[in-house]
Design a protein around this ligand. Structure first.
Ligand SMILES: NC(=O)c1ccc[n+]([C@@H]2O[C@H](COP(=O)([O-])OP(=O)(O)OC[C@H]3O[C@@H](n4cnc5c(N)ncnc54)[C@H](O)[C@@H]3O)[C@@H](O)[C@H]2O)c1
Length: 217
């Protein structure tokens, strides 16, 4: 039986081990002193608390580049999400197999939702139709939406929307890159100012050939 200690877990997560033990106690998970936690049981307890031990049927609406890529992603099933249906408005798509599932026409959206007991919908349509797709999903009983379309969706109370925007993630990275570059430039400047200034020789010349590149502070 593989086990893990609270110290090991705390170090991996970068948190305090006493806090980690307290948090786990809320799950009803108490490790054995000197042994730690049974890994398999701990994973089950955390999954159960997060609602991941259930089978969640999910529909994806808009089976273009992104919808097909998501349908082909194998990582959902192992986390408790089953792609129950793929829906698209293009009649040419109807009946096509994507990731081993036949795409269904959006005319039947409401019936597909109710037949499969779907509460989670993924929207990967063009932004111009995302709101109307959202309205239909909600009217059919969907209460959670993962929206990839670059548009802000209006939903009634009781419906949760999560928006995924990879360009925002890139913008965050760009911001950090810019900050790193700024810090590096400041460090170089500080190093240049701190460096002892020797006699200017040919390698110290500035662009016009007679001004030292590094002036005394
Ligand atoms: N969030 C992100 O980071 C991210 C990244 C890439 C793309 N996107 C967005 O994802 C969406 C899809 O991008 P894509 O490249 O897959 O586009 P795509 O054109 O390849 O696919 C869109 C699909 O939606 C279908 N469709 C159109 N109207 C529909 C409707 N009313 N009901 C059902 N299906 C309908 C089309 O037939 C098509 O198959 C776009 O809104 C795009 O801007 C978001």
């Amino acid at each position: 039986m593989p086990t893990v200690s609270s110290e090991e877990l705390a170090a991996a997560a970068g948190v305090n081990s006493a806090k980690l033990r307290k948090d786990f106690s809320y799950l009803g998970s108490y490790g054995t002193r000197g042994v730690g936690y049974d890994v398999e049981y701990l994973v089950y307890q955390i999954s159960r608390e997060l609602g991941l031990t259930q089978d969640w049927p999910v529909v994806i609406v808009g089976i273009g580049n992104l919808g097909a890529a998501l349908a082909n992603y194998g990582g959902f099933a192992s986390r408790g999400f089953r792609v129950a249906a793929l829906i698209d408005a293009d009649p040419a798509m109807a009946g096509k197999q994507v990731a081993g599932i036949a795409v269904q026409h959006s005319d039947g959206l409401e019936k597909i939702i109710s037949d499969n007991g779907v509460s989670i919908g993924v929207i990967t349509t063009p932004p111009s139709v995302a709101q109307q797709v959202c309205d239909r999903l909600v009217a059919a009983g969907v209460t959670s939406i993962l929206n990839f379309a670059p548009t802000v969706l209006s939903v009634p109370d009781g419906v949760d929307v999560r928006k995924v925007d990879l360009s925002i993630e890139l913008q965050i990275l760009a911001f950090h890159e810019q900050r790193k570059a700024g810090e590096e430039a400041a460090l170089n400047e500080a190093a240049a100012l701190a460096a002892p200034v020797g006699r200017a020789d040919s390698t110290d010349q500035g662009p016009d050939g007679d001004v030292p590149a590094v002036m005394p502070a």
